[in-house]
Design a protein around this ligand. Structure first.
Ligand SMILES: Cc1ncc(COP(=O)(O)O)c(C=O)c1O
Length: 388
C-alpha cells in the first residue's frame, strides 16, 4: 500500500501535474476551451521549435492527423503507398478510405524494414510512410536505400511511438514532406486524445488548415485559403485545446522521461543478453531511442523462457490485427465493400500471421515505468535462479 501510495504521490501529485491541472481548471472557468485560444497556438509554436520543424498543427487524434496529411501530400485513388507491415491499423484504413493501395513491406527482428525488398515495387510506388515503432527509429540507411531506388517517392513519417527519438542527427519526423503523431493518453506526449502534424512546407501547412480546421485563420497569407477553411473539406479535425496544456507539460519532461526509459531498456537488454531464446531488436545508440509505447519489444521462441519472464514481469503480446493477411485491407474496393456490409461474419486478421509478429512480445511499458532498476534487477536475478 505505502509503495503504491508514494508512487501515486510522485506520479500524479507532482508540482508540474498540479500546475497543469490548475491551468486546465482556469481556462475551463474562462470558457477558453474551444477553437484556437492563444495557449494552443503557443503550444504549436513551442513543439514545432522543439522538434526542429517549421510548422506544427494540432488535431483531434493521430488518425485524423494522418488522414489529413495523406490528402495534403497528394495521396489519391489508386496511388501506391509503401508501408511496413508494422503499421497501426487506423493508418492503414485511412489509406484505404482514400482509395489508395498499401504496399506492405516485411520487417526483420530489429523491427526494421527488411532489406530484401523487390525494387519494382519501390519503383511503382509514389509514396512511402515510415513508422518508427515502439521507440526505435527506422534505420536511416534503409530509408536512404529505398529513396535511392525511387527518388520521386514522397515520404511521410508516423512518429507516434518515437517522440524525441533521433535519426540522422535530428529528431525523427524531419526526413520527409511531413510527419504525424498521436497524442493519445498513453503516448509520451499526451493531450488525453490528440494528434499533431509537423511539416516544413507552408503549402502543406496551409492545406492542412483548410482541409481540416474549420474557420481557422491562416496566418501570413492573404490568399484564398482563409475562405476555403470555412468549408471543412475533410470535416473538422481540431483538438480540444485543453489537451495542449498536458501535452506541453509532457514536452517539458520528454528528455528526462526518454532518458529514464532508455537506461532501463539498456539494463534489461544487457542483463538478459545471455538468454538464447530471447532476441532484443538491435539498438546501436541508446541515446537515440525515445517516445516508446505499449512495451519494450523482444522476440521469444521458447515457451519455458516466456513463462519464466511472465512469472516476474507483465509480458504483453503483439496486439495489432494482421491486416495485410486479408484482401480487404490490400484492395481499397474490397475494403469499401467490407465497410458497407450489414454484418461482418469473419475476417482473417485476428489469427496467426506465420511471421515474426507471432513471436513478438513486450515488457509492459507501464510496469517498467513503475519499477526502478533495482526492482528490475531483483526480478531478473529471480528468473536466472529458476533457470538452473
Ligand atoms: C503508431 C501509431 N500511429 C497512429 C496511431 C493513431 O493515433 P490515435 O489513436 O491518436 O488516433 C496510433 C495510436 O495508438 C499509433 O500507435
Amino acid at each position: 500500500m505505502s509503495k503504491k501510495f508514494f508512487f501515486y504521490l510522485k506520479e500524479y501529485l507532482s508540482f508540474n501535474n498540479i500546475k497543469a491541472s490548475l491551468t486546465i481548471f482556469f481556462y475551463s472557468l474562462l470558457k477558453q476551451n474551444t477553437k484556437y485560444p492563444k495557449y494552443l497556438v503557443s503550444f504549436e509554436t513551442k513543439i514545432a521549435k522543439y522538434f526542429g520543424s517549421k510548422y506544427a498543427l494540432t488535431f483531434s487524434n493521430g488518425t485524423t492527423a494522418c488522414a489529413s496529411l495523406l490528402y495534403a501530400v497528394g495521396l489519391k485513388k489508386n496511388s501506391k503507398i509503401i508501408i511496413s507491415k508494422l503499421t497501426f491499423p487506423s493508418v492503414i484504413s485511412s489509406i484505404l478510405r482514400i482509395g489508395a493501395i498499401p504496399i506492405y513491406l516485411d520487417f526483420d527482428k530489429d523491427l526494421q524494414i527488411k532489406k530484401n525488398f523487390n525494387q519494382n515495387i519501390i519503383l511503382e510506388a509514389e509514396f512511402i510512410l515510415i513508422t518508427h515503432a515502439y521507440g526505435l527509429p527506422q534505420d536511416y540507411n534503409i530509408i536512404k536505400s529505398i529513396k535511392n531506388i525511387n527518388q520521386n517517392l514522397i515520404m511521410i513519417e508516423d512518429i507516434s511511438h518515437a517522440q524525441g527519438a533521433i535519426s540522422n542527427n535530428k529528431y525523427v519526423g524531419n526526413e520527409g514532406l511531413g510527419s504525424f503523431m498521436s497524442m493519445q493518453g498513453d503516448k509520451a506526449i499526451s493531450a488525453g486524445e490528440g494528434g499533431m502534424v509537423f511539416t516544413n512546407s507552408q503549402k502543406i501547412y496551409d492545406k492542412l488548415i483548410y482541409l481540416s480546421h474549420l474557420n481557422r485563420k491562416i496566418q501570413n497569407t492573404k490568399n484564398y485559403s482563409n475562405l476555403l477553411s470555412t468549408i471543412g473539406f475533410l470535416g473538422k479535425g481540431r483538438m480540444n485545446p485543453l489537451g495542449a496544456i498536458t501535452a506541453l507539460n509532457d514536452l517539458k519532461n520528454l528528455k528526462n522521461r526518454n532518458k529514464l526509459f532508455a537506461e532501463k531498456i539498456k539494463f534489461i537488454h544487457h542483463k538478459l543478453s545471455d538468454l538464447e531464446s530471447l532476441y532484443f531488436p538491435k539498438i546501436s545508440n541508446y541515446q537515440n531511442i525515445g517516445g516508446f509505447h505499449y512495451g519494450i519489444p523482444f522476440f521469444c521462441d521458447s515457451e519455458i523462457i516466456l513463462k519464466k519472464l511472465q512469472n516476474e514481469f507483465k509480458i504483453v503480446k503483439y496486439n495489432w490485427p494482421i491486416l495485410d493477411m486479408s484482401e480487404s485491407f490490400c484492395d481499397p474496393d474490397k475494403f469499401i465493400e467490407l465497410v458497407y456490409k450489414d454484418q461482418i461474419e469473419s475476417i482473417d486478421v485476428f489469427g496467426k500471421s506465420n511471421d515474426l509478429r507471432d513471436q513478438l512480445y513486450f515488457f509492459d511499458l507501464k510496469q517498467i515505468k513503475n519499477l526502478n532498476v533495482n526492482h528490475i534487477n531483483d526480478k531478473i536475478i529471480s528468473i536466472k535462479k529458476n533457470e538452473n
